[in-house]
Design a protein around this ligand. Structure first.
Ligand SMILES: [Zn+2]
Length: 144
């Protein structure tokens, strides 16, 4: 698979990763390193951003391989015509060690438009690091 040459990574492409500030990175220099080149995201925040980008690119293989096996679905269905509008990171915390594995949480708001209707996804995603690879496990819906 070849990624389109996007000047700004769908995740916002911020080198500082937190608030969308800082140097703006192209896809190839941002999430593309993980999605296409197989580099390992150094922390759960980078993984979160790359998974958002993979949703934008509808890269099912990447989403599944970064999903911890115990929680991973057998396949993913992408909403037809969904247009992802942006990712905003609200919080990122390393939450310690559980059963010998580092854990972390990332809270975010992602905006998506489907069939002309704007939706706001506000979730806190939970991650675990196994053998040096951060993996997504599950998420808590933060919408009130
Ligand atoms: Zn990115």
């Amino acid at each position: 698979m070849t990624l389109p040459a996007l000047n700004v990574c769908p995740c916002g492409g911020a080198s500082t990763a937190m608030k969308g500030k800082g140097v703006v990175l192209a896809l190839a220099d941002c999430c593309g390193r993980f999605i296409e080149q197989g580099q390992l995201p150094p922390d759960a925040l980078y993984l979160m951003r790359s998974r958002y980008t993979a949703f934008v690119l509808e890269n099912e293989a990447y989403l599944l391989r970064t999903w911890q096996a115990a929680f991973r679905p057998s396949s993913l269905a992408f909403e037809a015509g969904a247009k992802w509008l942006g990712l905003e990171i609200k919080d990122f915390v390393q939450t310690g060690v559980k059963e010998g594995h580092q854990t972390a949480e990332v809270e975010f708001v992602a905006r998506v438009r489907v069939a002309g209707k704007a939706n706001r996804l506000h979730e806190r995603s939970l991650f675990v690091c196994e053998e040096g690879q951060w993996q997504y496990t599950t998420a808590v819906n933060m919408a009130s």
